[in-house]
Design a protein around this ligand. Structure first.
Ligand code: THU
Length: 132
């Protein structure tokens, strides 16, 4: 799967965003090392801190399908020329990715910039002895 197909999946996921409080719809899609695609949207809550990000929804789908290794990610937001995953999602993605995992940062028309998870989260938390 190429980055443009991953973008398409993220944009489609964004249509499902539940963001009545921020009015800031986000979509994310990821492809696993086994070639499976998962996507997600942000899901907010009247109790604001209880909402969560699009990346987190996509990761939940991946884990529930029994998968655990991310090969690449795409993120898109309706109202931003280029969105980068929040700090918490960087750490969540790190759990299932690697420093060289590609993260495609998109606007509504496609991929704007491609970076790695290592670029986004240098020195992320890991237990002693864990790699990455
Ligand atoms: N959001 C995401 O879904 N992913 C990110 O990486 C950044 C922020 C969502 C959370 C919240 O629903 C809205 O964007 C505004 O912060």
């Amino acid at each position: 799967m190429n980055s443009s197909e991953l973008f398409d999946a993220a944009k489609e996921a964004m249509r499902h965003a539940y963001a009545p409080y921020s009015q800031f719809p986000v979509g994310a899609a990821l492809i696993t090392d086994t070639g499976k695609l998962f996507s997600g949207c942000n899901i907010e809550n009247a109790s604001y801190p209880e909402g969560w990000c699009a990346e987190t929804t996509a990761l939940a789908h991946m884990v529930m399908a029994g998968e655990s290794k991310i090969a690449a990610v795409a993120v898109v937001a309706e109202k931003m020329a280029l969105i980068t995953p929040c700090g918490g999602c960087r750490q969540r993605l790190k759990e299932f990715g690697a420093p060289d995992t590609l993260v495609h940062l998109c606007d509504e028309n496609g991929v704007v910039e491609t970076v790695t998870l290592g670029d986004l989260l240098p020195k992320g938390f890991a237990f002693p002895g864990d790699k990455g």
